[in-house]
Each structure stands twice: as C-alpha cells, then as structure tokens.
Design a protein around this ligand. Structure first.
Ligand code: IPE
Ligand code: IPE
Ligand code: MG
Ligand code: MG
Ligand code: MG
Length: 323
C-alpha cells in the first residue's frame, strides 16, 4: 500500500532529505549572517534557522535535478543554480510562519519546538522580521542566481514568487482562512447544499501556491519546457493541497513534542480545515486520491528516464509525515 512504499527505501530517502537540508541550511546561515540592526537579524535568524523540514527548498532542488539530468549538468552546477532560489523560498516560508503565529492571526506560542518569534522578540519586531525576510528573499533570488542563467528567466522566477505569495496566492489564502475562521457551521450547511469549494480554495492559496512555486522554479531555472512545467505544476498542486490536508490531520492526531507546535488549535478556533469539514476519514481518502494523482503526473512519458524518484518520495513524505 501507499505508506509501505515510503519505508521500503526509507534509508536512502532520509539521506536525500538530510543532504538537501544541510545544503540549504548552510547557505541560509551565510545569507543571514549580517548584524545590524542586531535585533532584526537575530529575529530573522531565529525563525529561519530554527529547523523545519525544508520540504519546499528540497522540492525546488529535486525538480531542478529531474530536469538537469537531461541537460548534462553536474550535481554541483544544479546546486549552484538553484540554491539562492531554495533559500529565498525558505525565507518567504519563515515569514509566513512568523506572521501566521501572531496574536492577530492564529495566536500560537510554539513553532518548531520553540517559542514563536513574537513571544521572544515582541510583535513589532516579528512583523518587521517578516517584512524584511520577504524582501530579502527576492533580493537574494535576483542577485545571487548565477549570471549563466538568462536574466529574463531569473526575472520570471522572481515575478512568479511575488505572484505565488501575493494577493492571489498565499496572502489571499491567509485572508480567506481568517475570513472563514469561526464560520465552520455555515460552511458545513453550504456543503450539504452542494456549494463548497471553500476549504480547497483556502488551502490552494495559503499553502499550495508556494509549494507549486517551489517545484516550478527549480524546473524553470534548469530550462524545463512549457509542457514539462505544466505537468510538474499539476504534480505540485496535488502535493500542495495534500500537504495542507496532512497538516490539518496532524492538528488532530499529532502531539506537541512531535509537531513542535500546539495541536488541537484548529478545532478550538473553529477553523475551516479539511478535517473539521470532511472529517478524518474524508481527509485520508482525499490524501490517497492526491497521492495517486500526483504520482501519475510524474509517470507521464515526458519524464521517461528522468530521475523523478525523489519527487515521488517527497509527495509521499508530504502525505505520511509525522510532523
Ligand atoms: C507549516 O509548514 C505551515 C503550513 C503551510 C502547514 P511546514 O510543516 O512545512 O513547516 P516547517 O518548515 O517544517 O516547520
Ligand atoms: C499556515 O497554515 C499557512 C501559512 C503559514 C501560509 P496553518 O495555520 O494551518 O499552519 P500551522 O498549523 O500554524 O503550521
Ligand atoms: Mg493559519
Ligand atoms: Mg497557524
Ligand atoms: Mg495547521
């Protein structure tokens, strides 16, 4: 069954994840080594360098590797080309977590097993660290992506990052999430009346867009064709939606120690999540469908011979992870 296929090659895959994590964290530490204003950089480092799965950065790297195999790029070249983008993605992601945890949003005290940014640095610095990370991410992407990449390509990647995280992407999704918080009963009534795309809309926006960008950008920087980008985007959309459904499930099934964040918050806040709307079984069923759909995209003949194994394992990891 689905879950076993992950454990079969668990050893190699965990090494693969570890390699990606080390590459990304090593470079993030370099980019974030500035010192003034002291409290700002400390706050930025606190959230960016505090662990995390680095899934989005690794997705970017894996998509790049899948395309690069055909182009005869060495491993080293691939890393040089996409590492600034991987780091930019993790900075934007950290920004989204800092802001998501603020009292005005989800009001969370713990993240990655540590106090949330605003609990340590105060709300003003947490807001500003988020702002700084968002802009610094684009600066890094635009100035550190190697000159061998056509500037028009780099620009298109930066522009797509802004779109994916902006009003029609992550920020829009976060606004929808907040708008529906506390309106769970109405959403369920609407669902029975046959109108309900609300949870899917929220999830695709707040979480799916950055994940889609992660895969798309890695492939784009390595010269993927429009057809390849379209199929990889479909795969990434399945993964992105599945990732947030799994997060919703973990809020119900996980514990503080494993998650590093307080479980049970979604129900307490009357949040519209896959679990609160469709139940645990409904969530697991959708995850299996998304797994099958995501894997099928990668089986497209367009990728015959390309190393898509890591992308397949990453999809299953996004679904069956424990934190
Ligand atoms: C948490 O993302 C926020 C969501 C979109 C659900 P992750 O679960 O990827 O967080 P880290 O980076 O591993 O801590
Ligand atoms: C977070 O969704 C989405 C973003 C941060 C953009 P959640 O609010 O469900 O994430 P957690 O559970 O706090 O990590
Ligand atoms: Mg939230
Ligand atoms: Mg939250
Ligand atoms: Mg959550």
């Amino acid at each position: 069954m689905h879950q076993e296929s992950l454990t079969e090659a668990a050893f190699d895959f965990s090494q693969y994840l570890e390699r990606g994590r080390q590459l990304v964290e090593g470079q993030l530490a370099v980019y974030l080594s500035e010192t003034a204003p002291k409290v700002l950089w400390e706050s930025m480092r606190y959230s960016v360098l505090s662990g995390g799965k680095r899934l989005r950065a690794i997705l970017c790297l894996s998509a790049a590797e899948a395309i690069a195999a055909r182009e005869n790029h060495s491993q080293k070249e691939v890393v040089e080309i996409v590492l600034p983008c991987c780091c930019a993605i993790e900075m934007v992601h950290a920004m989204s977590l800092i802001h998501d945890d603020l009292p005005a949003m989800d009001n969370d005290d713990y993240r990655r097993g540590k106090l949330t940014n605003h609990k340590v640095f105060g709300e003003a610095i947490a807001l500003l660290a988020g702002d700084a990370l968002l802009l610094y991410a684009n600066q890094i992407l635009l100035t550190k992506t190697p000159a061998q990449i056509d500037p028009a390509v780099t620009l298109s990647v930066a522009s797509e990052l802004c779109r994916a995280c902006g009003p029609k992407g992550m920020v829009g999704g976060q606004v929808d999430d907040l708008a529906f918080t506390g309106r769970l009963e109405q959403v369920k009534i609407d669902l029975e009346a046959g109108e309900n795309e609300v949870v899917e809309l929220i999830h695709r926006g707040k979480t799916g867009e950055l994940i889609r960008f992660s895969v798309w950008s890695g492939a784009r920087l390595l010269g993927a064709s429009a057809d390849e980008l379209a199929i990889l985007s479909k795969y990434a959309e399945s993964l992105g939606l599945a990732f947030q459904i799994a997060d919703d499930l973990l809020d119900v099934t996980g514990d503080m120690k494993t998650l590093g964040k307080t479980p049970g918050k979604d129900l307490a806040a009357n949040k519209v999540t896959w679990v609160t709307v469709y139940g645990e079984e409904g969530s697991r069923k959708r995850l299996r469908e998304l797994e099958d759909a995501g894997l099928a995209y990668l089986d497209n003949s367009m990728f015959a011979g390309a190393p898509t194994n890591a992308l397949k394992k990453l999809l299953q990891y996004a679904i069956y992870r424990s934190n």
